[in-house]
Design a protein around this ligand. Structure first.
Ligand code: GLN
Length: 464
């Protein structure tokens, strides 16, 4: 398939006329027609003729010329409705574009659809969607992961060249691992959040999904940078992530914390991460024991802070200014609004919210100390393999525990790259997390690229 090719191969093919972008777009729509409704991958698909007409207007020298992409449905777009997977916004058409979408459009990429997700970002499975539970392309009886499950499955099934997710507490990382693709949670502030439906504003990040770390580097270069519309976007210079890919040294110190490989972690996932570490050692990197006694407290703090923030953010959907009535919130969102409101109310604020903030500061210090000893921290991604459809939605606690390795990274604002690292004996894919200091995206992508040069896990796609 043309969409098995890397972004660089596609762009080079367009330039020397060996590949026609029209064929790539047709191929993407062919995959959408075959699999999107079966797997509940996309919520809205853009009219193909409109896309082909738009392609004709584009300057072929643009950096992402003609690449079809999918956005998580949490991004405001003027071309397609933005539902955030909730019937509250069922027919909401935004009068403006999210910055990430605007930048991609200006770079010549073409939006072809909006991906399914857990409504409002609440979940780790895409089961909490008002548009059908997302199914995993590797085994459609299992969850696709979440909350950005649709965009991840769209990349895995070759419905697009790349996709954009959103990660608050793991929403890019979890489905990247469960779909055998690469995904990047960026440093908080690296990419503008303007036009992204807010979940927990102090942790929300905008990031790419792709087949490889090299693909992510190309996309990140376009979407990163400050934005006058987002006061939390970082003024730091945007490196040429693509050029930097090969500059990552192969003598990095890779930190591994035994505490993060304890109870609750599937044994095969644990072994897989050890194999991954051995591969890095073969490449010349040094493995270092570090201490990170944070697993339990991170999840607890995250699940106080995130509901508190979302209870406030979702207040704007009052059914008066826009959107439908509030009784259309899912069970999961209702639970979070109730919990968050409780934690922020007088008397409970100090007992819960303030305490969680203190834990957050403690985590930042703990990680700072760890990063004095190592350059990158290796963590498992998911503690479990994708459960059967219906299992997580009926067990809210298990749903939260699925984020065990994600929430510490979200709370400290660090970047984390997830890449495919092998397969479980049940045939499903496994991924690992490479966590770095703030703004170390180049280093992480370079390390991921080194690994992908000597392994072939990332080349496998689901046989549907
Ligand atoms: N599963 C996490 C949650 O439900 C993460 C969601 C996200 O990153 N949007 O909060």
């Amino acid at each position: 398939m043309l969409l098995d090719k890397s972004i660089l191969e596609l762009l080079t093919g367009y330039k020397n006329k060996s590949i026609d972008p029209v064929d790539v777009i047709n191929e993407a729509y062919g995959q959408i027609d075959k699999y999107s409704s079966k797997l509940n991958t996309l919520i809205t698909v853009r009219d193909k003729q409109e896309v082909l007409d738009f392609l004709k207007t584009l300057d072929s020298s643009l950096p992402l010329y003609g690449l079809p992409y999918i956005l998580k449905d949490s991004y405001a777009t003027t071309e397609l409705r933005t539902t955030c997977a909730s019937k509250i916004l069922d027919n909401y058409l935004s009068p403006y574009d999210a910055t990430v979408h605007k930048k991609l459009k200006e770079a010549g990429a073409i939006l072809i659809g909006k991906g399914n997700q857990d409504a409002w970002g609440h979940g780790a499975s895409t089961e909490n969607s008002d548009y059908g539970m997302g199914k995993n392309p590797w085994d459609p009886t299992r969850v696709v992961g979440g909350s950005s499950g649709g965009p991840a499955a769209a990349v895995a099934t070759r419905m697009c060249a790349f996709a954009i997710g959103e990660d608050t507490g793991g929403s890019i990382r979890n489905p990247a691992a469960w779909n055998n693709i690469s995904g990047l949670r960026v440093t908080y502030g690296r990419v503008s959040r303007y036009g992204c439906v807010a979940y927990a504003s102090s942790m929300d990040t905008v990031g790419p999904f792709g087949k490889t770390a090299a693909d992510l580097a190309i996309i990140l270069k376009v979407i990163a940078g400050p934005d006058v519309y987002d006061g939390t976007s970082a003024p730091h210079e945007v490196p040429d992530y693509n050029l930097e890919l090969t500059k990552t040294p192969n003598k990095l110190k890779i930190g591994i914390a035994p505490e993060m490989f304890g109870a609750g972690l599937d044994q095969e996932i644990s072994n897989n991460a050890q194999d991954f570490a051995s591969k890095l050692a073969e490449l010349g990197h040094q493995l270092i024991d570090i201490s990170l006694p944070v697993a339990e407290i991170s999840d607890a703090a995250y699940y106080i802070l995130a509901p508190s923030e979302t209870s406030s953010n979702l207040g704007r959907y009052d059914g008066i200014r826009y959107g439908n009535t509030r009784d259309l919130f899912t069970q999961e969102s209702m639970r979070r609004i109730m919990v968050g409101t409780y934690e922020l109310s007088s008397g409970y604020y100090d007992a819960f919210y303030r305490k969680a903030l203190k834990i957050r500061t403690l985590l930042i210090k703990t990680f700072q100390k760890a990063f004095e000893q190592c350059d990158v921290i290796l963590l498992p991604e998911n503690p479990i393999m994708p459960p059967k459809l219906g299992d997580l939605i009926s067990d809210p606690l298990a749903n939260m525990l699925a984020d065990l390795y994600n929430t510490p990274v979200s709370l400290i604002g660090s970047p984390s790259l997830v890449i495919p690292s092998g397969f479980h004996k049940n045939g499903l894919p496994i991924g690992v997390q490479l966590v770095g200091k703030k703004f170390s995206e180049s280093l992480l992508l370079g390390l991921g690229h080194q690994y992908q040069q000597v392994t072939e896990w990332h080349t496998r796609s689901p046989q549907l």
